[in-house]
Design a binder for this molecule. Structure first.
Ligand SMILES: [Zn+2]
Length: 344
């Protein structure tokens, strides 16, 4: 096996992944501490400690290839595990989502991978992202379903945002179809340095929604800051995230700070504005940050002849992108949410 020796010696699964953009022959081996290492594909590596575990944890990054900070965090964790510097207490599946897009330094190659999950790939094979989405769904399914018994499942899909944000780090809580939101997950996020959480109100085609909906996993899309090239991230600003993830995978259980609603800024989706016309624009500048609020009646977007105005005082913008394909989401707007009986 050509890369096995290199992987054992360096632990550098990221470089091996980047050298094999579309596929990698599976291998498995056992570390000195008994942990089973299984490479399923390029960018997909699973660790199973040789002890009784209770949690199945998926950590994904590079679903958007130019979002480097989470890739660097996961790369370091994988190296520490393979080199025996970090001993796992739980099963973990690491995924580098889109290796070719890492190499070209772009969000994606042909199509936004994070719009292709939960079956949205339609089993089509006309571009590499659709093929990758199908394969990643299968790896996650196998990972969760091959462990027997009553186990805890989670999936943290790590990103950085294109724009800055008024709240630098934030998480997206996928639609739970009426199930309560978990305060314990908010406490985990706070420990990662994330105090802003956006509760979705509808089904989605994101990786985190897939794991939440299909497997009941506590799953989030976590935005850790702004996109930067490799080597230009201020890793100090990710220290809390890395420490919290390290504790999650290497400890039997983790204690978080007591829940206090005032620690958080929670929002819920108000509406989605799609681009339906070639002539689509925002009245705000390219530097407008996520969670910028608008006064009721202020212009939010112009789509051909249709103008969208803020309907609620404080309606805030998220993920504005005027350059999406026709028919896709150009803007999400959100309004503040209080902690109530819908949280457990
Ligand atoms: Zn992203």
């Amino acid at each position: 096996m050509t890369y096995l020796t290199e992987l054992k010696q360096s632990g550098d699964f990221l470089s091996i992944t980047r050298a094999n953009e579309f596929s990698l022959e599976p291998v498995s081996f056992t570390l000195d501490n008994g942990t089973l290492v299984e490479v399923h594909d390029t960018g997909v590596i699973q660790f199973t400690p040789n002890i009784t575990t209770t949690k199945d944890i998926v950590l994904s990054s590079a679903v958007h290839g130019n979002e480097t900070a989470p890739i660097e965090i996961c790369d370091e964790l994988i190296q520490q595990i393979i080199l025996g510097k970090l001993t796992l207490a739980q099963r973990v599946l690491f995924i580098f989502g889109n290796p070719k897009s890492i190499n070209i330094g772009q969000r994606f190659v042909d199509e936004n991978l994070n719009r292709l999950f939960n079956g949205a790939h339609n089993n089509e094979t006309d571009n590499p992202e659709k093929v990758r989405a199908q394969n990643l769904e299968a790896y996650v399914r196998n990972f969760f379903e091959q462990a027997e018994g009553d186990r805890y499942r989670c999936h943290y899909d790590l990103h950085t945002a294109i724009r800055g944000s008024k709240n630098e780090k934030f998480a997206v809580y996928p639609f739970l179809h009426g199930k309560p939101w978990k305060k314990s997950q908010l406490q985990f996020l706070l420990s990662c340095g994330v105090n802003t959480v956006l509760m979705m109100r509808s089904a989605a085609t994101t990786f985190s929604y897939f794991s939440s909906y299909q497997f009941g996993a506590d799953a989030f899309t976590i935005e850790l800051g702004q996109v930067k090239p490799f080597g230009q991230n201020n890793m100090a600003s990710f220290a809390k995230t890395k420490a919290t993830l390290t504790a999650l995978i290497s400890q039997e259980s983790v204690e978080y700070k007591d829940f206090n609603a005032s620690d958080f800024e929670l929002f819920t989706v108000h509406r989605t504005i799609n681009r339906t016309q070639e002539a689509f624009s925002f009245p705000f500048s390219d530097s407008a940050v996520n969670f910028t609020g608008f006064s009721k009646g202020e212009l939010l977007a112009t789509d051909g002849d249709t103008e969208y105005f803020a309907e609620v005082e404080g309606e805030a913008i998220i993920f504005p992108n005027a350059n999406v394909a026709l028919g896709q989401r150009a803007l999400l707007t959100v309004v503040p949410l209080e902690v109530d009986e819908n949280f457990i």
